[in-house]
Design a protein around this ligand. Structure first.
Ligand code: ZN
Length: 256
C-alpha cells in the first residue's frame, strides 16, 4: 500500500493544522478545522482537494473552520457521537473502538475523555499514525476541563499502549512550557534533558517540535511516567497509586 503524505503547519496562536493526503485515491483529510483560511491556503499550495475532516473535540479552536470549509469543499465531516450536540455539520458520528475507512485503510476511533468528555483520537494502524487532538502533547497532556483526573489517566493509558513506533500528531505547540514543567519534576531524566536541548533548538529556529512518538513520550512525558521513582519523590508520593501521582502532577502543572 502506498504511503500517506502528512502535512503539518502552525495556525492561530499555537494550534497545529494537519492534512493527510493519499496520492492514490486523491483523498485529503484535515484533522480538525482550527483555521479555515490557513487550511485553504495549504490545500491550494499543495493542489489538494479537501474530502474529509476528522474532528477530535468540540473546542472552537478545533471546529471554528468547519463552516467555511464545508461551503468551499463539501468534505465529509466525521466527529465524536458524544459531542454531536456541540458540533454542527457532522456527516457521521463515531463511537469508541469504531472503524471507518479513509484512503482504503481502516481508521480506529479511540475515546479519550478528560480534556472534554467526548474527546476522541484517530489511530491509523496501517501507517503507524495517531492524531491525538488535545489528549497528549510533547511532554504534556491536555488540561482536564470536563472529565476527572482518573478519566484522563485512563485515556493516556490507552495511548500509552499503542505500538511504540506510532507517530503522534497533537493539536498544539506547547512543548517548551511542558518541557520546563517536566524538568522541574524529573531533573535527572537523561532522555528528558537531551530532548529539551533538541526542542529548544527547534523552537529557536521556529520549527515544529512535533510529531512525536509513543516511545519518545514514554521516556520523557511525566504524565506517562507515574511509575518513575524520581517523579514520585518530587511529589512526595513514593510508591503511591498512579492515580494520586497523576492527579498531583496535573494539578501542579495547572498552576506552573
Ligand atoms: Zn481543546
Amino acid at each position: 500500500m502506498n504511503k500517506l503524505i502528512i502535512h503539518q503547519f502552525e495556525c492561530l496562536s499555537d494550534n497545529y493544522g494537519v492534512l493527510i493526503h493519499d496520492p492514490e485515491t486523491n483523498q485529503t483529510a484535515s484533522i480538525d478545522a482550527p483555521d479555515a483560511m490557513a487550511i485553504k491556503k495549504e490545500l491550494e499550495n499543495k493542489k489538494w482537494k479537501l474530502t474529509h475532516i476528522l474532528v477530535t473535540h468540540k473546542h472552537l479552536d478545533h471546529i471554528g473552520g468547519l463552516d467555511d470549509l464545508k461551503k468551499d469543499y463539501n468534505p465529509f465531516i466525521i466527529g465524536p457521537k458524544y459531542e454531536e450536540e456541540s458540533i454542527e455539520l457532522l456527516d457521521k458520528t463515531v463511537l469508541d473502538q469504531e472503524f471507518f475507512d479513509f484512503a482504503n485503510r481502516p481508521v480506529k476511533v479511540i475515546h479519550t475523555p478528560g480534556h472534554t468528555l467526548g474527546h476522541i483520537v484517530y489511530w491509523i494502524e496501517n501507517d503507524n499514525l495517531l492524531f491525538a487532538g488535545d489528549t497528549i502533547f510533547a511532554m504534556g497532556c491536555g488540561r482536564v476541563f470536563e472529565g476527572s483526573h482518573d478519566q484522563m489517566l485512563a485515556s493516556l493509558n490507552k495511548i500509552k499502549n499503542l505500538p511504540e513506533n506510532t507517530i503522534v500528531y497533537c493539536g498544539h505547540e506547547y512543548t517548551i512550557a511542558n518541557a520546563n514543567f517536566a524538568l522541574s519534576i524529573e531533573p535527572n531524566n537523561k532522555n528528558l534533558c537531551s530532548r529539551i536541548e533538541q526542542v529548544k533548538e527547534l523552537r529557536s529556529e521556529n520549527k515544529p517540535t512535533l510529531p512525536t512518538t509513543i516511545r519518545i513520550e514514554l521516556d520523557t512525558n511525566p504524565f506517562l511516567r507515574t511509575d518513575s521513582p524520581e517523579i514520585q519523590r518530587s511529589l512526595n508520593l513514593l510508591n503511591s497509586d498512579s492515580k494520586n501521582i497523576f492527579s498531583k502532577l496535573r494539578t501542579k502543572k495547572d498552576s506552573f
